[in-house]
Design a protein around this ligand. Structure first.
Ligand code: PMP
Length: 316
């Protein structure tokens, strides 16, 4: 607080608009570079040929990791375990997000000497450990056991750094590196590409990155006998002190021909990619189009839609 001015950050107005970066990445290239750099300076983790996933604190990543390491649609869910004493959030969060794919089991000792190697186990390995500071190592060794290495405290202000950590799935956080816990800034360092893809998919579900103007579109559609748009009646707006039409972020388009069994496919064939009605538990005759796009994208949408409408009565 005494160094508020010299430690201040300037954040550009455009920064972090939209949910994703280039190639729909959830992390900027620059941030990734800095994460690799700090590990190289400290020497506490191998990041070469590893993937990095950013999360809202390591807490979010811990659960994304449990999901990613558990089987999909298996008849037997993965058991989630840890060595006692362990950080209570592992249990709280795993129970809270319980799914058909995993369940919290707790005490690892039951499984340590088990001859049943077919059981799928996910092990939280915390080094240094919260609460006792021990440099825990993975206890389970079987082919179906997957560790999550929580290295929240593997920084030189808590423990000697003896070697770069080299686990398949390692989790770090600024909460313990610099104390910025309220910023919710965590990252995972991942060896395996398929685990990386699953982790990213899980984080995306939380983020719901639906990065998505209606008059022009409605003019185009009004020329059509095939497509219709949702109708939203104008209302008096107490903010602008006038009766106003809505300007929704999405067009909810309906395909009206009998042969238009799947509206999403009809538009896709015209190179217009929407989100199928069924994603929203709606009917297949509906598609949602995003309108919050760059002007170029929107112009292209209008161009392709106009073409589709002009072809309604057969090609000219
Ligand atoms: N892992 C351990 C071992 C912790 O002690 C904590 C915080 N107490 C966390 C993860 C959570 O950190 P974050 O703020 O990044 O969610």
């Amino acid at each position: 607080m005494q160094n508020a001015a010299s430690s201040a950050l300037v954040v550009a107005g455009w920064h972090r608009m939209s949910y994703t970066y280039e190639d729909s990445n959830l992390i900027s290239q620059e941030l990734e570079t800095h994460i690799r750099k700090i590990h190289a300076i400290v020497g506490n983790a191998v990041t070469h040929k590893r993937f990095i996933v950013f999360g809202a604190g390591s807490t979010q990543l811990l659960n994304a990791a449990v999901h990613a390491l558990s089987p999909d649609n298996s008849s037997s869910p993965a058991r989630v375990v840890a060595s006692i004493p362990f950080y209570p959030l592992y249990e709280k969060q795993t129970v809270y997000f319980q799914s058909a794919d995993f369940q919290f089991e707790g005490d690892i000792s039951v499984w340590k000497n088990s001859s049943d190697t077919s059981m799928k186990l996910v092990e939280f390995v915390t080094a240094p450990n919260n609460p006792d500071g021990q440099m825990n190592k993975a206890v389970l060794k079987g082919p179906n056991t997957k560790p999550i290495h929580d290295h929240a405290y593997y920084w030189p202000h808590y423990t000697p750094i003896t070697a770069p950590a080299d686990g398949n799935l390692m989790i770090f956080t600024t909460s313990k590196l610099t104390g910025h816990a309220g910023s919710r800034f965590g990252w995972a360092v991942i060896k395996d590409q398929s685990v990386y893809q699953k982790m990213k998919r899980n984080i995306r579900v939380w983020t719901q990155h639906n990065e998505e103007p209606l008059g022009k579109l409605s003019n185009t559609i009004s020329l059509s006998n095939r497509f219709t748009l949702q109708q939203i009646p104008p209302q008096y707006c107490t903010f602008s002190h006038k009766v106003r039409a809505s300007s929704p972020a999405f067009a909810w388009v309906k395909c009206g021909r009998e042969e238009d069994i799947n509206c999403y496919e009809v538009l896709k064939a015209a190179k217009i990619i929407g989100r199928a009605g069924r994603i929203f538990q709606g009917e297949d005759e509906y598609v949602r189009l995003s309108l919050l796009r760059s002007q170029d994208d929107f112009d292209l949408l209008i161009h392709r839609l106009s073409k589709l409408v002009s072809e309604e009565n057969g090609p000219k």
